[in-house]
Design a protein around this ligand. Structure first.
Ligand SMILES: NC(=O)c1ccc[n+]([C@@H]2O[C@H](COP(=O)([O-])OP(=O)(O)OC[C@H]3O[C@@H](n4cnc5c(N)ncnc54)[C@H](OP(=O)(O)O)[C@@H]3O)[C@@H](O)[C@H]2O)c1
Length: 324
């Protein structure tokens, strides 16, 4: 099979398409003939040598895919050869085939094609597990997501809105603000021109209940300032650095919580539980058309370097999909 590997840590030019042995399924896994994968910001960090795959994992990039089941392990009962599926991967999505535990596979939601389905697994499982399973956002609460126009952001806005929360987001330009409002955001704050703490307080003086944060250190203190009583800050990205300073009195006074998680390093059993919860709670919203994958563009696997350049420059809104 053809697959994308990094020659060495570096810029997009270290990405190479190479020939590798086809994978075989584990007893509790399937092999998928990949139709499409999608670029995540984590892939850029892996390419730069800053986010290695978990020990023993494949070096092929790619955290999600869609396609057709090509083979099943002897213990697998749910999936049959020929099923149209998408899957949450630990690695290996930028390829023509991948082996994945059966519990990380989902059916393609009703009404979607394989290109659209490839844009879902990583963002849906990340947003669902962090915002709803961990931070327990409630329908009458106020939610803020940073980077509202990115892959995670576009899904977080839609899911929080569909489940009844008020939604604010931060963005870096006016066209991204417009896109987020079209997706349902009640407030889109241009972080280059406005102070997000002031803006969320103007919208709701009692503060934000749940924040999904991609920035880490650079936003830590201001995020906690923006929280209301019993607010929950969930840090999932460190685009603004890893080491921050926080006056714990602010946290104490609000009885607030700071949580940080990584999906990729979770054991397969935990990923399967998240995937099952997503199928139960999110797949119906997609089938009803209330939540949809936002595909910025599709790029051939052979042009993977240009796909990384696009995401690195933040020129996208939603997801950049790679087709085999
Ligand atoms: N922990 C986990 O399990 C997990 C899982 C998935 C993703 N993540 C993390 O989630 C984040 C988003 O991933 P993604 O794939 O959705 O990436 P993405 O599509 O590239 O989105 C990142 C967004 O960050 C925004 N941004 C840049 N500087 C900003 C700032 N100062 N303030 C607010 N927003 C800013 C960019 O928007 P502008 O152009 O508007 O600046 C861009 O839309 C990444 O940090 C990724 O590592 C974590």
């Amino acid at each position: 099979m053809r697959a994308v590997l990094c020659r060495e840590p570096g810029g997009p030019d270290v990405l190479e398409v190479r020939e590798l042995e086809d994978p075989t399924p584990a007893p509790d896994g399937v092999v998928i003939d990949i139709a499409a994968s999608a670029v995540n910001r984590a892939d850029l960090m892996q390419r730069q040598g800053r986010y290695p795959p978990p020990a023993g994992g494949s070096d092929v990039l790619g955290l999600e895919c869609s396609g057709t089941v090509a083979a099943t392990g002897e213990d697998v009962t749910r999936w049959q050869v020929g099923d149209r599926v998408c899957a949450l991967l630990t690695a290996g999505g930028y390829a023509e085939k991948v082996a994945v535990p059966a519990g990380q596979v989902l059916p393609v939601p009703a009404g979607l094609d394989l290109t659209e389905a490839a844009a879902l697994p990583e963002v849906v499982t990340t947003v669902w597990s962090n915002v709803f399973m961990i931070a327990a956002l409630q329908p009458d609460e106020f939610f803020l997501v940073h980077g509202g126009a990115g892959g995670i952001g576009t899904m977080a806005i839609q899911l929080a809105k569909a489940l009844g929360a008020s939604v604010a987001c931060t963005v870096g330009s006016a066209d991204k603000a417009e896109a987020c409002v079209r997706l349902g955001a009640d407030l889109a704050i241009n972080y280059r021109e406005q102070d997000f703490v002031e803006e969320v307080r103007r919208f709701d003086p009692s503060g934000v209940d749940v924040i999904l944060d991609n920035m880490g250190a650079s936003y830590l203190a201001r995020n906690v300032d923006a929280l209301g009583n019993e607010g929950r800050l969930v840090v999932i990205g460190l685009q603004g650095g890893a080491t921050g300073e926080l006056d714990l009195r602010t946290l104490l006074g609000k009885r607030a919580a700071v949580i940080a998680t990584s999906l990729r390093s979770r054991p397969a059993g935990e990923k399967a539980a998240i995937v099952a919860s997503v199928e139960e709670h999110v797949w119906p919203l997609i089938a009803q058309g209330r939540v949809r994958p936002i595909v910025h563009s599709t790029v051939s696997l052979d042009d993977v370097r240009s796909a990384h350049e696009l995401v690195e420059s933040s020129g996208h809104i939603g997801k950049v999909v790679l087709t085999t």
